[in-house]
Design a protein around this ligand. Structure first.
Ligand code: ZN
Length: 188
């Protein structure tokens, strides 16, 4: 089932998400719905707050980016209750977009290397280090669990420049080719 994606301005995107309990009702179905929703909207990552659920769950399928980043071929991960450690290293700035902020792309600084502890959808524990663009995707999605979005990390000048576009998203004046939930209905 394709779920509506909550757009910037929805309060759930600003909440710190709760841990997922192993007895969460219909958890496998929710994970499947999140993948379906992500594929339908051509995303490579989706966090549960983006479908209105304030829980610590992320799905990632980075395979569509393998043309630019060959190391992402076949990379598919379900992250439950992830814990992120930022590792030493330089910060790199690259453009990011977000399904909750349609029509926008902004340069965001992120560190190159992270260590992640997480549970998969069967609640089996994993630990691994990631670098490069996958580390960026993980940091972007992890931010959603902390009530942050990537534009919180851009320069004040850039933020000022996109102020009008942000207002349009908040007020529902935005076109999307995927199902969304907006703060206010579009007024003509
Ligand atoms: Zn996002």
């Amino acid at each position: 089932m394709i779920l509506p994606i909550y757009l910037y301005g929805q309060p759930v995107l600003r909440k710190v998400a709760e841990e997922v309990a192993p007895d969460y009702p219909d958890f496998k179905k929710l994970v499947a719905d999140m993948y379906e929703t992500m594929y339908d909207s051509d995303g490579v990552g989706l966090a549960a707050p983006q479908v209105g659920l304030s829980i610590r769950l992320i799905v990632i399928d980075a395979d569509p980016l393998k043309g630019t980043f060959p190391e992402l071929a076949g990379v598919k991960m379900t992250l439950v209750n992830p814990e992120l450690d930022i590792l030493e290293g330089k910060s790199v700035t690259r453009d990011e977009g977000c399904l909750s902020l349609p029509g926008l792309q902004e340069p965001v600084p992120r560190v190159e290397k992270v260590r992640l502890n997480w549970l998969d959808e069967d609640f089996v524990e994993h630990e691994q280090e990631f670098e490069g663009f996958l580390a960026r995707i993980i940091q972007h999605e992890f931010d959603h669990l902390e009530g942050k979005v990537y534009i919180d990390r851009i320069s004040p000048i850039r933020k000022q420049l996109i102020r009008g576009k942000l207002k349009n998203i908040v007020e529902g004046r935005v076109q999307c080719d995927y199902k969304v939930k907006q703060q206010k209905p579009h007024k003509k």
